[in-house]
Design a protein around this ligand. Sequence first.
Ligand SMILES: NC(=O)c1ccc[n+]([C@@H]2O[C@H](COP(=O)([O-])OP(=O)(O)OC[C@H]3O[C@@H](n4cnc5c(N)ncnc54)[C@H](O)[C@@H]3O)[C@@H](O)[C@H]2O)c1
Length: 449
Amino acid sequence: MADRYTQFTNSSVGKFLAPKLGLPQPTPLRRYEPGQPLLDGPALVGAAKGGRLEKTVAEQLNSAGIDVRKEASEGVKYGALVFDATGITDPAQLREVYDFFHPVMRQVGYCGRVVVLGTPPELTSGKERIAQRALEGFTRSVGKELTKGATSQLVYVAAGSEGATESTLRFLLSAKSAFVDGQVIRVGTAGAGGATITAPTNWEKPLDGKVALVTGASRGIGASIADVLARDGAHVVVLDIPAQGADLSQVANKIGGSALQLDITAKDAGTKLVDYFTERHGKLDIVVHNAGITRDKKLANMDEGRWDSVLTVNLLSQLAVNDTLLASSVLGDNARFIGVSSVAGIAGNLGQTNYGASKAGVIGMVDSTAPAVAEKGHTFNAVAPGFIETQMTAKIPATIREPARRLSSLAQGGLPVDVAETIAWYANPASAGVNGNIVRVCGQALIGA
Ligand SMILES: NC(=O)c1ccc[n+]([C@@H]2O[C@H](COP(=O)([O-])OP(=O)(O)OC[C@H]3O[C@@H](n4cnc5c(N)ncnc54)[C@H](O)[C@@H]3O)[C@@H](O)[C@H]2O)c1
């Protein structure tokens, strides 16, 4: 559905009226197009004394074609401000964060990026733990202050994983992360289960040779995930219920993939998938559990059918499929499981006890499964979309839809492609150290933030 308010506030009349009336003015976001440079301007890179990431990060940014600056200059609009805060081991040193950012906050360009790098607090102790935890409040607050589509993120990098950050930095700095804001990401001990982190030979086609499954892919977010994974080089099998067969074939044809009509809640869904991928492709590298439904009612009015169907599609069937896949030999080396949760699973939503439980369950699924799959060399992460413009959200009454769009730092809804790009980052071979994360794709929604 078109966001007419954003269209209006970006018209000449709207640009004049909105500030006078104190109305939010959403900026049309820069989104990724193949061949596009990562940043619109230079990156200013700094570090607290004793930081262990600055050198590697500067090298990674250079190799990505970014103009890296070490000294701030007046009048320059920066594409990104990147600060290595891993050297901060005492809260008193947080002043170094202020000293780096304060003078250049007005120099962040259109859709610019702020990225702070730290050490996971839980892997530190004493004063260092306090100082590192403080970075979270800083970065999230910066996200709420930035304007013109700029975003702010915190990346906690475990000691020993310094080389594992490239795919994450490329994602966060680029327009691929347009609707990801105020997030805290953990990059862990490099290479789950000893898997080596291999930079793709071609960053434009990082998924070459990979076979992916996307459930619920006949429309909306699922169709976009399929599109982006195929753009990145994967052969994508799109799955949906038989009733969606015609739309599913269209998606498969458009991306040069394959269509598989299957109800993911069928008792034998897991076995059917193992047989299908073994026979046709010999392996399965990327599993995206996107299929999901809503059956809203306040709990007092909710019949058991609504409860059961939502829990079954959104959680129970996914657990069953995962168990069957993990018990089989179909998974490729360093496979990726990716769940689709929701901000409703974090903040809760009126009329969505069933949906909120199922989507919080997806987060639990990541928490409980990620360590176990890491031992096999795989990863398990999830996205938690906020308000995304799809047929699902077009059905929401306008009185709820409009505030839902505006109540985020970016003051607009996201697009299916924003969720898809985040999933493609998880799937990237160079993201082998990214495990157990829940990244919200919500423009830093103010509800439940
Ligand atoms: N749109 C949003 O703002 C938003 C926000 C947060 C989370 N999500 C989640 O993102 C995912 C995609 O959402 P969407 O907005 O594109 O929804 P959608 O309704 O447009 O698409 C969901 C797809 O899943 C399919 N599906 C449903 N039950 C299935 C089953 N048993 N087996 C196979 N396929 C099945 C549907 O046929 C449909 O094609 C869902 O998990 C949803 O909960 C969406």
